[in-house]
Design a protein around this ligand. Structure first.
Ligand SMILES: NC(=O)c1ccc[n+]([C@@H]2O[C@H](COP(=O)([O-])OP(=O)(O)OC[C@H]3O[C@@H](n4cnc5c(N)ncnc54)[C@H](O)[C@@H]3O)[C@@H](O)[C@H]2O)c1
Length: 393
């Protein structure tokens, strides 16, 4: 067996749970340290991992430990840049949650640090491991629709009021906007399926509903961002964040560097919660209905017809185990294999950067009367480094 890996997690509560999927002593991987500024999150982490686990409220103590090979960074978005650069500088392999950072400059500083230090940087874009997305990618790669030309994504977010308007997510200063926080996933998938990166965007959107709710929690409190189906209709939500200045409806149009086009639409008070993608190629179209394994299907149309609901072929997405439709265990396994030098990632730091960059520029467009915005190129040295490091550049 290869050398035992020791890993740590920065942001042990909340999404930090994903690091626990890596803990597998029989396979030579141990999660031995966790940092969190919330002492109750650290206590839960200790209860789960056992009293031997090292815990601290200062993440730098974990980075200073020479025996730690890799860290998961699962802190809020506005801390990713600081934590990722510090971890790369400490020589750790890094699993960094999406969105990469909350500014384009922040992403580029992380990329430059990784390229300069020849560091292992892995981005937690787990949607690249969603079975439904993988089926679409496979159909496109096999030529089922010819060359993809147009990609659309509609995103219904039934848990918007629960998850994004009760804590830091609701503040521009901490998230920039929900086109990064949520759409970073989907912009990345559109780029991946279409085979290019956005160069120009225009967008429209606004804060249309949650600002009307006057029940807000105290600024000193954190806010309860847990999801409850009883929190319905959206205007009945209580305990919202004192500051809400991000949009709850956003619609963006993208032109990609390979001449293709895409669009993404997001609403945070839909009654249902899923993503609907359609990709139109030179010789056909695919679309997903539902997005969870065991209860979704991808349909293909490759003959001319006015309307045929069932399509010309149907690909049910089989049931799989694990959170986020099986994507979490799959992405963690890929990260560990990457750290060991056994696999090249299918997720991409350059792709992650372009999803943030398109989201940032679309947000600027929304806030500037829908004026179109150009997306700046990524640093060349970083593109060279990750062309070699990842499966897709
Ligand atoms: N890929 C996915 O499917 C997915 C799902 C959920 C969240 N996320 C991402 O994970 C990240 C965390 O999201 P969350 O909802 O868990 O956020 P959160 O607000 O619950 O924070 C996560 C943890 O980080 C801790 N923390 C905050 N500041 C810290 C600091 N300075 N040092 C150490 N720990 C600190 C918090 O106390 C908390 O326990 C976000 O970037 C989010 O986008 C990704």
């Amino acid at each position: 067996m290869s050398k035992e890996l020791q890993i740590g997690v920065i942001g042990a509560g909340g999404r930090g749970g994903i690091a626990q999927l890596a803990h597998s002593p029989d396979d030579g991987v141990r999660l031995t340290a966790g940092a969190d500024t919330d002492l109750s999150a650290l206590e839960k982490f200790r209860q789960k991992m056992g009293s031997d686990v090292y815990t601290t409220s200062d993440y730098r103590e974990i980075l200073a430990k020479p025996e730690i090979d890799a860290v998961f960074i699962t802190t809020p978005d506005f801390l990713h840049e600081e934590h990722a650069i510090a971890a790369l500088e400490a020589g750790k392999a890094v699993y960094l949650e999406k969105p990469m950072a909350i500014t384009i400059e922040g992403c580029d500083r992380i990329l430059e640090a990784a390229a300069r230090l020849k560091g292992k940087l892995y981005l937690g874009h787990n949607m690249r491991h969603f079975p439904m997305v993988l089926k679409m990618k496979e159909l496109i790669s096999k030529g089922a629709i010819g060359k993809p030309m147009v990609g659309w994504c509609r995103h219904f977010v039934c848990y918007g009021g629960d998850a994004y308007f009760k804590d830091w997510h609701a503040e521009r200063a901490k998230s920039t906007g929900l086109l990064l926080q949520k759409a970073a996933h989907d912009i990345d998938i559109l780029h991946w399926l279409m085979g290019g990166y956005t160069t120009r965007v225009t967008a429209m959107g606004a804060l249309t509903l949650y600002d009307r709710i006057t029940d807000r929690h105290d600024p000193a409190e954190r806010g309860d961002a847990s999801w409850h189906n009883e929190n319905w209709p959206p205007l009945s939500q209580v305990g919202l964040n004192p500051v809400i200045d991000v949009e709850d409806v956003s619609m963006m149009l993208m032109r990609l560097d390979n001449g293709t086009h895409a669009s993404y639409q997001q609403c945070h008070y839909a009654p249902d919660g899923w993503r609907n993608y359609t990709i139109i190629g030179e010789a056909g179209r695919i679309e997903n209905f539902g997005d969870l394994p065991g209860e979704s299907v991808v349909r293909l149309w490759d003959k001319k017809v006015l309307y045929k609901a069932e399509g010309d072929a149907e690909f049910p997405i089989p049931e799989v185990e694990g959170t986020h439709g099986g994507a979490d265990p799959s992405i963690v396994a890929e990260f560990i294999a990457y750290v060991r030098g056994e696999a090249k990632p299918t997720t991409s730091p350059i792709g992650a950067r372009f999803s943030v960059a398109a989201g940032v520029k679309a947000t600027e467009s929304i806030r500037d009367n829908s004026n179109p915005k150009d997306v700046p190129p990524a640093p060349a040295e970083a593109r060279d480094w990750f062309d070699r490091e990842t499966a897709h550049g």
